[in-house]
Design a protein around this ligand. Sequence first.
Ligand code: NIG
Ligand code: FE
Length: 407
Amino acid sequence: MDATFVISNATIAPICASDPSDVIPSATIVLSEDKIAWLGADKDCPESYRQNGQHHDAKGACVTPGLIDCHSHLVYGGERAHEFAMRLEGADYGDILKQGGGILSTVNATRTASEDALYLAARARVQSLMDEGVTTLEIKSGYGLDEDTELKILRVVRQLSQTCPIEFHPTLLAAHALPPEFTDKTAYIDWICQTLMPKVAEQELAAAVDIFCEPIAFDLAHAEKLFKKAQDLNLAIKCHAEQLSASGAAALAARYGALSIDHGEYLTVDAIEQLADAGTVVVLLPGAYYFLREQQTPPVSLLREHQVPMAVATDSNPGTSPGTSLLWMMNMACVFFGLTPFEALAGVTCHAARALGWQERLGSLKQGLQADLLVWPTENPEMIAYAMGQVKPELIFKKGKLLKGSL
Ligand code: NIG
Ligand code: FE
């Protein structure tokens, strides 16, 4: 195998799930086409790899896997600055939704936006994430809630994947809120299962389905129907669970083999045991916790004790987390939730890959995995979560191609 790029004299943080804080000093990583051909100590690098490819002396700089934002809703129309101001005056997030605002106000703006306008707005958000080293990005629908608009959002995600040099994981979140056309939640879930999901599956517009399980949205019976249908259609399962209340949705999702449950502030010990058994990831979303001024933090010590993988994501959306900085989320996961800087790094790499079901292919630096990697302007991997977005990667490789920087 010929080398295409050889990066030596690096501090390599492979971020493997078994020990994310493992670091190889004075190390070399060899890329061959889209894969990692070899990595290890400089002195052990096989002679053959020294002969070909483009060489780069990292001068001690840290190399990590490409970042993965495994939870976002960044295709939407409009904004919700007015609602932000109302909430600062004391209005409640759930009450705003019940009065037809909140998610439903973004649904109106998204329904009326053209596909091109949605694409352009989303493209700018994707660019901010890419600048920080995000090489894989999950995007959910959920601001359409009718056939035309849900498909329109998922087509925008497809267009992004055809025009941006990173990878996308599309998720159907039609079960986000009750649209104005329906008065009965069960009837709406039945329509999603019987009409929308088969179309989405047939057009291969989503890889997974998700549901917002809260008293202000959908309940366990709705979630179970959706999960059963997802299994029939071979779609993976994700679930917004235990954010505002302990609904039991996380345990249900674990029983259906969900890739992830997301938020998790109100997780119980019992649910955590079931998540551990199922290998389901908990995706922590500190941006929403911060923006909604939530009082309950996720039970990180218990998750750690039960070895439940913890991912960290932006949740980028207009209502509860309008930003597009995964680096800031890493910092907030440390400050608000008590993750270590290495846990935060694992949360946006190996555990985020597992939350997408792609851990066999990406998320760590290992021989044979996809060559998604970043070279940072620091020798210390802990700087990445520490620096509040100040430290950004100098070189970005996706599938072995150099996207940013020069050697
Ligand atoms: O993950 N919780 C549901 N969905 C989003 C918020 C959506 C919105 O308010 O527009 C979330 O926080
Ligand atoms: Fe979300």
